[in-house]
Design a protein around this ligand. Structure first.
Ligand SMILES: [Zn+2]
Length: 150
């Protein structure tokens, strides 16, 4: 699932939880739960270099979307618990952030974590097409946007 969606879910959770540590923890747990739900980002059938290319394109778009979406939320949304919302947004992206040291620098310390994180994506052995995944994630984004802005 895209980091932007994980972060918006975390911010939405933080809206209702005054304690930023609890908001962070719940956002981390929800990240893994959402990753377990098929969301169309399995690149089975693609060659390794194609997978890498897709990953880089998705990462670039996701990062720009994250900046825009989180910016909109923190500039315009009603802030009930701003620290918790920020903490939840951070908790939502934290499990993917922990993958970066291994993915970019092959730091072995993070390899087992990456194996664990990737295994969660295969808990439900059912893939959906990428387009269906984008629709699914857009619906989740819209729901959490509605929650955050009301
Ligand atoms: Zn993840």
């Amino acid at each position: 699932m895209y980091v932007t969606i994980h972060s918006v879910i975390g911010a939405g959770i933080g809206k209702f939880i005054p304690n930023p540590f609890i908001a962070f923890t719940i956002a981390v747990l929800l990240h893994f739960l959402c990753d377990a739900i098929p969301h169309g980002d399995s690149k089975n059938g693609l060659a390794d270099n194609e997978k890498k290319k897709h990953m880089m394109i998705a990462f670039t778009i996701d990062s720009l979307a994250w900046i825009a979406v989180i910016g909109i939320i923190f500039l315009f949304a009603p802030m009930t618990h701003p620290i918790s919302m920020a903490s939840g947004a951070l908790g939502g992206l934290f499990p993917d952030l922990l993958r970066v040291p291994y993915l970019l620098f092959q730091w072995k310390f993070f390899k087992k974590y990456c194996v664990f994180h990737d295994a969660i994506h295969r808990v439900v052995r059912y893939n959906i097409p990428m387009l269906a995944g984008i629709v699914e994630q857009s619906i989740v984004l819209a729901i959490f946007f509605a929650i955050i802005f009301t």
